[in-house]
Design a protein around this ligand. Structure first.
Ligand code: UDP
Length: 245
């Protein structure tokens, strides 16, 4: 079991793990039957925690693993004087878990996105990772009264990995509310990852990711995100004026 304790970024605990360590930890969860709830925390999520106490409670006390998703989270940790080896982006971790699961015969369930998107993401995953077992899909536009039926379907599918793409904070709230009823071992919110895998939304080119410019690409592609993305400069300022816990 990994011992690296979480660092604190604006009161949010983040595990400074590598991608390899995160995959190994979650693989161990499946092997030992322990349920792990994963949050991939980018700057927007850290800022959401500042404004929404219930969401902060979920990220700080209900999540088992909080990973540094996004250049902002990595920069903040390093600026505060912590060792943060690398960014563990939700989309990349999602892909790595699918890939690692092929050899081990793991089953995954895709829940979320507009109708047809999870199925399109499944088809793409099957092309990228031959042998991957995606044992069910459900779109993310549902009424809470339908949750019991969706949970029954997920449990019947035998999926060990449950990927939920409802966006933050909805995906984390849904997972926390239903964790006890879910038999899956890895519970993870993945935002718009099905859209990206399905090819409906483009991800920033590698050079932009490496230059910490993924936010600029998203803003260019989805100008409607402008208001949401104001959280990023606010995050930078807040980190600059904070100190290591
Ligand atoms: N979504 C959903 N149900 C909802 C609201 C959103 O399935 O009630 C999906 C939406 O279709 C999209 C994803 O959740 O695929 C949210 O993507 P976004 O880019 O906002 O998430 P982020 O990656 O920024 O957290």
């Amino acid at each position: 079991m990994l011992e690296k304790s979480p660092i604190q970024v604006l009161g949010v605990p983040i595990h400074p793990w590598t991608m390899g360590e995160a995959v190994a930890y979650l693989e161990e969860s499946i092997a030992t039957g322990r349920q792990s709830f994963v949050v991939t925390a980018n700057a927007e999520i850290v800022m959401l925690c500042q404004e929404n106490a219930a969401y902060k409670e979920i990220v700080t006390h209900k999540a088992d693993v909080v990973l540094p998703d996004g250049a902002g989270a990595v920069w903040a940790g390093r600026h505060l004087g912590y060792q943060v080896p690398e960014r563990v982006a939700g989309f990349d971790l999602f892909n790595q878990l699918l890939k690692a699961g092929v050899e081990k015969g793991r089953k995954a369930y895709f829940f979320g996105g507009a109708p047809g998107i999870a199925e399109a993401a499944k088809a793409k995953a099957e092309e990228l990772y031959p042998g991957v077992q995606i044992v069910g899909c459900h779109n993310g536009f549902f009424k809470e009264a339908e949750s019991a039926g969706i949970i029954a379907e997920i449990n019947q599918s035998g999926a060990e990995l449950l990927f939920v793409a409802l966006g933050a904070p909805k995906q984390e709230q849904w997972l926390v509310n239903h964790a006890a009823e879910l038999k899956s071992r890895v519970l993870m919110g993945i935002g718009g990852s099905f859209d990206v895998l399905a090819g409906k939304m483009e991800r920033a080119p590698k050079w932009m990711q490496e230059a910490s410019l993924e936010w600029a690409f998203r803003l260019y592609k989805q100008p409607s995100r402008f208001l949401r993305m104001l959280a990023l400069p606010k995050f930078v300022l807040k980190v600059l004026f904070s100190t290591k816990a």
